[in-house]
Every structure is written in structure tokens, then in C-alpha cells.
Design a protein around this ligand. Structure first.
Ligand code: ATP
Ligand code: MG
Length: 399
């Protein structure tokens, strides 16, 4: 239903997309993930015919986005990251206007609206002018707009970023439900949502696809499991004559355990020392951990073993991206950073047809919801996770 083949997009010297290829089959709900600036919205805007690619091809529902943009648009519902809405229209007027443009007759529109009002939680604002709506409600209207013609394919760019937790859950539940019959490409920074709604994910970083597959496969890519161990800071096992351990003692002992590759301290209250350990996916160090703790006389408060989460793998796969874009260095040494960027641009050199960015369709009334980037790539690197410092995937350098 969606096929991207070698899609590239340049904005001046910036390579926002670099030969991105993926497919989304009928009935799939696919999470489209990546750090800020990775190229998700750019890819979505190409797929929805809002901007043209600098290279490569894309088809939606069998239609080429360059040759048959009207057919493509008929087949898709698109929620842009910053949904352009007409502030002077009421919600009902706006959705009715969109339905008109989509060629829906009045009775079909009314029928569709029943479902949309419920799903998007719009009942209380139907008569309100859009300009007076909060961000979250504007986003709901944007979502309604994407659904009004009941399209077989939905391309949703961060549909839940401004919604309150209840509404997020409701929208995700709905996406999951309609995803049974439709094809959905969904970008979000909330990995829990991906876990809840998608069987598959595509992760992009710096304009390239760094992972594409079922969530289980992506999670398994790290090849590691994590253990969390917490021992009491002030007490020891009943009957033990030993002193309560310091954090350093615990850390050193844990590091010596065979099969443990990394140890890093986790934040806790002042009652406990808590550590995260990494080990190989196939192994299990819990018996040795238990024996160590008994031998030391420590009072165990918690021990658990868990597979790497999607978030862990996401961090590893996109780490190169994060490091470049975090902005810490930018604050520390603005000039150095600028020079580096200029050098990166120069590296890209080559012919560049400049940027032909028609920008969100032009009809934006100023629904300037910038900064909705919610719970994004916020996570800080786990301390001590040294092995993961040089992710092969996101760093591929190629001309
Ligand atoms: N019209 C434009 N002109 C110049 N650069 C652009 C334009 N649109 C996007 N970019 C750049 O392209 C890169 C990819 O941007 P894009 O919006 O696709 O990222 P994203 O993955 O959607 O990020 P986010 O999670 O923050 O929404 C960024 O570096 C961005 O600054
Ligand atoms: Mg985006």
C-alpha cells in the first residue's frame, strides 16, 4: 500500500532523507520512529504529495506520488505534524468543508461525523471557532479531518503529541481498531504507543532507515538483557555480622560477576543501592547474583531480569543522531558546532537542486503548534553503557 524506494530529499546542503526504502502492506499499522530531525515528517510529506523528493520513487495504493498525486490524495488521510486549520471556521464548518472537498455528500458526512465526533472527542467543541481551541483540541480536529472520508490509508504525523493521557490512550486504541482494516503509518515519540498499536516499526536516524521489522525482532537486535538489582543501604541480612555495603562495594562486586558486561547505578531514595546490569541475551546471571548477595550478607530488595525495551534499542540505533543534535555542545561552543555543520554540508557537496519546499500546503492559518515534540528522544544515555557508543547502523557514511 505504501512503497518508498530510495527516497532522498535535500534542503540546501542538508540531506534530510538519504535513500530511504520501505514498504507498508495492507492492514499493517507501522510505527515510524526516529529522533527529532531524523526525517520522519519529510518522508511523510513526500508520501502525501506535499513536497517532492530529490530522488527515488514512492507509490501509495499503487499510484506514483509524482505522476498521480490526486489519486494518492484520494486514498490517504493525512494528519500533518502541525495541522493547518482555518481558525475562523467552527469545527463543524471546517470538517464539513473538508468533506465537501473530498466529495462526500451531506448524508454520508453526517453519518461519518457520528463516529468521528466520538473517536476524536469533539462533541463539546463542534460549534466553537478553531482559533479558540487549545492545542490538543486542534489536534483532534486535525485527526477528524484525516478520517472524514474514511480513507484506506492513514499517514499520521505524531497524532497524539498534544493530547492529554486519557485522550492519547483513546486515540491509540482507535488507531489499533481501525488498523485492522486499514493501512497506517504512524510517527510518534511515544514508544509505549508503538508497543500498543503497532506490530512493526521503521526507525530512521539522520535520514536513513536504521531498523525495519517486527517489534520483537527490533528488540532482540541489542542481543542483551538487563537486570536490575537493589540492596538495602542501611541494613544487612538478619544474623549477618557484616556492615551495610557502600554503593561502590556493590558496584565492584557486581562487575566481577561472570556474564555481566556493564554495571551502572540507578537513582533511588537513600534507603537503597540500585544497579542496572547488562548481560548477554542467551544467559542468565541471576543464580550467581543471588549467591553473591547471600555471601555478602546484603539485604536484597529487588532483582529482575528483562529483555531490552524498544526504547533501549531505539537509543542505541539513533545514538549518533542524538549526539549530534542534542545541542549541548552548541551551547558550550557555538562556533565549533557551526563549523562542523558547515563541514558536513560541504561533504555533501554535489549538485543540489535547492529546496523546493512548498510548505504544508500553504493554507495554514497559523496553527503554529510548534514544540509539540512531547516525550521525544528525551532519554539520557545510560551511564556506563560503553559498548553501545559506536552504533554501526545510524552512522553509515556514504556518498
Ligand atoms: N522546509 C525545510 N527547509 C529546510 N530544512 C528542512 C525543511 N523541512 C525539514 N527540514 C530539515 O530536515 C530534517 C528532517 O526534518 P523532519 O521534519 O523530517 O524531521 P522529523 O523526523 O519529523 O523530526 P521531529 O521528530 O522533530 O518532528 C531536519 O534537519 C529539518 O530541519
Ligand atoms: Mg516531524
Amino acid at each position: 500500500m505504501i512503497e518508498a524506494d530510495g527516497l532522498s530529499k535535500r534542503f540546501g546542503s542538508l540531506r534530510a532523507l538519504d535513500k530511504v526504502s520501505f514498504e507498508v502492506k495492507q492492514g499493517e499499522v507501522v510505527g515510524f520512529l526516529g529522533p527529532n530531525g531524523a526525517g520522519k515528517s519529510t518522508a511523510m510529506r513526500i508520501l502525501t504529495c506535499f513536497i517532492s523528493a530529490s530522488g527515488g520513487t514512492a507509490k501509495v495504493h499503487g499510484y506514483d506520488v509524482f505522476d498521480d498525486p490526486l489519486e494518492v490524495r484520494r486514498k490517504i488521510g493525512y494528519l500533518p505534524q502541525r495541522a493547518p486549520l482555518y481558525g475562523e471556521m467552527s469545527v463543524w464548518e471546517y470538517l464539513s468543508f473538508v468533506a465537501d472537498m473530498r466529495g462526500l455528500d451531506k448524508s454520508t458526512f453526517k453519518k461519518r461525523m457520528r463516529g468521528i465526533v466520538e473517536v476524536c472527542g469533539l462533541a463539546q467543541v463542534l460549534g466553537k471557532d478553531i482559533r479558540n481551541l487549545s492545542h490538543g483540541y486542534r489536534q483532534r480536529v486535525g485527526l477528524g479531518q484525516a478520517l472524514v472520508h474514511d480513507p484506506p490509508i492513514l499517514i499520521l504525523d505524531e497524532p497524539t503529541s498534544d493530547l492529554d493521557p486519557n485522550e492519547k490512550a483513546e486515540v491509540i486504541r482507535y488507531i489499533k481498531e481501525i488498523g485492522k482494516e486499514r493501512t497506517i503509518l504512524l510517527s510518534t515519540h511515544n514508544l509505549n504507543e508503538v508497543e500498543a498499536a503497532c506490530a512493526r516499526a521503521i526507525i530512521v536516524s539522520k535520514g536513513r532507515v536504521v531498523a525495519d521489522g517486527p517489534l520483537d525482532d527490533i528488540r532482540a537486535r541489542s542481543g542483551k538483557v538487563r537486570y536490575v538489582v537493589t540492596v538495602h543501604e542501611k541494613r544487612v541480612l538478619d544474623g549477618s555480622s557484616k556492615k551495610p555495603p557502600t554503593a561502590q562495594e556493590v558496584q565492584e562486586a557486581l562487575l566481577k560477576l561472570p556474564g555481566v558486561t556493564h554495571v551502572s547505578e540507578l537513582p533511588t531514595d537513600d534507603r537503597a543501592h540500585s544497579f542496572q546490569l547488562m548481560g548477554a541475551l542467551g544467559g542468565d546471571v541471576r543464580p550467581e547474583l543471588f549467591a553473591l548477595i547471600v555471601q555478602k550478607g546484603w539485604l536484597l530488595l529487588e532483582m529482575r531480569r528483562e529483555s531490552q525495551t524498544l526504547e533501549d534499542v531505539f537509543k542505541v540505533l539513533t545514538k549518533g543522531d542524538e549526539r549530534k543534535d542534542r545541542g549541548r555542545r552548541h551551547v558550550e561552543d557555538e562556533h565549533e558546532h557551526e563549523e562542523e555543520d558547515a563541514a558536513a554540508g560541504a561533504e555533501d557537496e554535489a549538485d543540489d537542486e535547492g529546496d523546493d519546499e512548498p510548505d504544508d500546503g500553504g493554507e495554514d492559518d497559523g496553527a503554529e503548534d510548534e514544540g509539540a515534540e512531547g516525550e521525544g528522544a528525551e532519554g539520557d544515555d545510560e551511564p556506563g553503557d560503553k559498548e553501545e557508543k559506536a552504533p554501526a547502523a545510524g552512522k553509515a557514511k556514504k556518498g
